[in-house]
Design a protein around this ligand. Structure first.
Ligand code: PMP
Length: 428
């Protein structure tokens, strides 16, 4: 496949946009080459500026769980746009999506909408600090919670891809309040809590990690975090920006039957428009302005187009709960097929999967945390990525990302992908 026009467009973009992109991983720096410029997308497919059709395993990094240009979402946005695109005043739509989200997710009474996952996590931490009157937080190496200062301490996703886990611009004062723990290592968390008695406001965790590839929690890890938080007056924040409305209607809280104190959302909840949200029981949410002292706001928060898209998406998921089982089956089929051909071609690999999140790591050992994820062979990943791209398959241009499976994928698409993995892995 040729990507000539994409390359030309990238050269133009580089002149006026830093690195040619508005979010770093898009630039293909980790895999080499130039990014694909998208013209349109429908269902499971992207159509690029060169006229290629690509099977999409990233799906805007998660939101398009029902496929691109999902008709009810598109219609909802069109209809709302005709009525005005932003008011900065309350609308009934905001209550409708809030009520639906609260009914789908266990253990939350109230939800506030923001414009990105970053904002959701940043606001959740501020709320936790205000509520507990403590300053420090624990985060896990390799987990990504957006690009707010407190989280850019050994963060995953693009922050690892570019080898700058601790970004310049984050002050030492901010960094000192973020304690770093190892994912899936409860003892490490307990030690940090002991060493910082009564100083920790919150533990923030991706309850299924997706920003160092897909790493499910070991059995007992989330239960252990819950117990440590309860015992020590710490709030447990589940960052469900990836997993919310994806792994189950009620996210990981429902999947593993574990209650968090604050839950962050993004991606699916906005149906592909810029939306984030954070939620908790009333006691905590009432600490927010205008009811409480913790300030948080947004000119475009609750934007009618974004809320219309999100509501249409959540309604579709709420009405057809079988979708989560369907996604699980499709993803299991893909993982099993890839495993078979990679083994047959003597490739050293580990596949991690849970629900509709899956990742291929080029290392033989189990991938359970940042350290083990970082061991993967990046040269093989680059060949894998570019090989698949030539076959018309788009996966994330970095080894530290999960794939997001969409319900729009057919079994023919999955078979085609498995055959392509077979073909490409023969060339390693
Ligand atoms: N949390 C998690 C778990 C994420 O995966 C992401 C983005 N990939 C974020 C937070 C930040 O969301 P956003 O990019 O919308 O700011």
């Amino acid at each position: 496949m040729l990507y000539t026009r994409s390359s030309q467009l990238f050269a133009e973009a580089e002149k006026v946009i830093p690195g040619g992109v508005n979010s770093p991983v898009r630039a293909f720096r980790a895999v080499g080459g130039t990014p694909i410029f998208v013209k349109s997308a429908k269902g499971a497919y992207l159509y690029d500026e060169d006229g290629n059709r690509l099977i999409d395993y990233i799906n805007s990094w998660g939101p398009m769980i029902l496929g691109h240009a999902y008709e009810p979402v598109v219609q909802a946005v069109i209809e709302k746009a005709k009525l005005g695109t932003s008011f900065g005043m309350p609308t009934e739509l905001e209550t409708q999506i809030a009520a639906l989200a609260v009914s789908m997710v266990p253990n939350i009474d109230k939800i506030r909408f923001v414009n990105s996952g970053t904002e959701a996590c940043m606001s959740a931490v501020r709320l936790a600090r205000g509520f507990t009157n403590k300053d420090k937080i624990i985060k896990f190496a390799g987990c990504y919670h957006g690009h707010s200062d407190s989280f850019l301490i050994q963060a995953g996703s693009g922050a690892i891809t570019f080898g700058s886990p601790n970004s310049p611009g984050v002050t030492a004062g901010t960094a000192k309040d973020t304690l770093l723990a190892k994912y899936n290592d409860l003892e490490n968390v307990a030690e940090l809590i002991d060493a910082n008695k009564n100083e920790i406001a919150a533990i923030i965790v991706e309850p299924v990690a997706g920003n160092m590839g897909c790493i499910p929690p070991n059995s007992g890890f989330l239960e252990g975090l819950r117990q440590l938080c309860t015992d020590n007056g710490i709030l447990l924040i589940f960052d469900e920006v990836m997993t919310g409305f994806r792994l189950a209607a009620g996210g990981v809280q429902e999947l593993f039957n574990i209650n968090a104190d604050i839950v962050c959302f993004g991606k699916v909840i906005g149906g592909g428009l810029p939306v984030g949200a954070f939620a908790a029981r009333s006691e905590i949410m009432n600490y927010l302005a205008p009811l409480g002292p913790v300030y948080q706001a947004g000119t475009l928060s609750g934007n009618p187009l974004a809320m219309a898209a999100g509501l249409a998406m959540l309604k579709a998921l709420d009405a057809d709960r079988a979708i989560f089982q369907r996604l699980e089956e499709k993803t299991a089929y893909l993982a099993a097929g890839m495993e078979k051909v990679l083994k047959a071609n003597n490739v050293v690999f580990t596949i991690n999967r849970i629900g509709s999140m899956v990742s291929v790591h080029f290392d033989a050992d189990p991938v359970v945390d940042f350290q083990t994820a970082a061991k993967g062979d990046n040269e093989t990943f680059k060949k894998f990525f570019h090989g698949l791209l030539q076959e018309g398959i788009y996966i994330a241009p970095s080894a530290y990302e999960t794939w997001f499976i969409t319900d729009a994928l057919s079994y023919e698409d999955l078979d085609f992908t498995i055959q392509a993995v077979d073909k490409v892995s023969k060339t390693f």
